[in-house]
Design a protein around this ligand. Structure first.
Ligand SMILES: N[C@@H](CCC(=O)N[C@@H](CS(=O)(=O)O)C(=O)NCC(=O)O)C(=O)O
Length: 211
């Protein structure tokens, strides 16, 4: 059976969990804390990051964007990408923005884990700008349409939804809910999907010293 190495707060792993669930593909969920020395992740990804999709032949696929491409190629129906070239590229651009905001959140999270005297306020401000700028761009793209790109659920919704709920876990004080009512409505709609309801992110316990 397919296996997915995941972590409870991971927005990147949630992207894959949702994609597999939307396509009805059964898989074994292996929940890890990649920050602890006990993690198995490095055995399957030389970059030591999850998510990692372990295929039936034991080979491993990593990097969420690439994992989703492999899933789309192996199990094309229902498609998560629009058929038209430019709509497909528009969905990929939304993934770039959403992943970039998640990346900035991760950097912010770890900077704040440093002792106060070692935290760089300039670095924190820089990551915060990326989060704010990315959210602004996503709110503009999403508008008040039912779906972020195209006329049905797809990759752009999957990435935007996972990012928004991740903010609640890693950046709960961010005012996006008061800034972007259209994103609040989109998130609420997406979280009602069984694929989202079955993969709600929660914080994890990190026992090792990471930074
Ligand atoms: N670009 C990667 C990012 C994956 C990533 O950063 N994963 C984190 C876990 S989480 O932040 O998603 O919860 C990780 O494994 N980090 C371990 C490490 O960076 O060594 C993807 O999209 O898959």
């Amino acid at each position: 059976m397919l296996q997915l190495i995941s972590a409870t707060p991971s927005p990147y792993a949630r992207k894959v969990r949702i994609a597999l669930a939307e396509k009805g593909i059964p898989f074994e969920l292996i929940t890890e804390v990649p920050w602890n020395s006990t993690t198995q992740t490095p055995r399957h990804n030389p970059l030591e990051k999850l998510p990692v999709l372990i295929l039936e032949d034991g080979s491993s696929v990593y990097e969420s964007r690439y994992i989703l491409e492999v899933i789309e190629a192996m199990w094309p129906d229902p498609p998560l990408l629009p058929a038209g070239t430019w709509e497909r590229l528009a969905a990929r651009k939304v993934e770039v923005i959403a992943d970039g905001v998640c990346d900035a959140c991760v950097l912010l999270f770890w900077e704040r884990h440093r002792a106060p005297e070692h935290q760089s306020q300039e670095w924190i401000a820089r990551q915060r700008r990326k989060v704010d700028g990315g959210l602004r761009a996503l709110a503009e793209i999403a508008g008040t349409r039912d779906w972020v790109v195209g006329d049905r659920f797809g990759l752009a919704d999957l990435c935007t939804g996972t990012l928004l709920r991740y903010l609640d876990v890693r950046f709960p004080e961010h005012p996006w809910r008061s800034q972007y009512p259209n994103l609040v409505a989109l998130s609420a709609r997406l979280e009602q999907r069984p694929s989202f309801a079955g993969s709600v992110p929660v914080p994890q316990v990190i026992s090792d010293k990471v930074v």
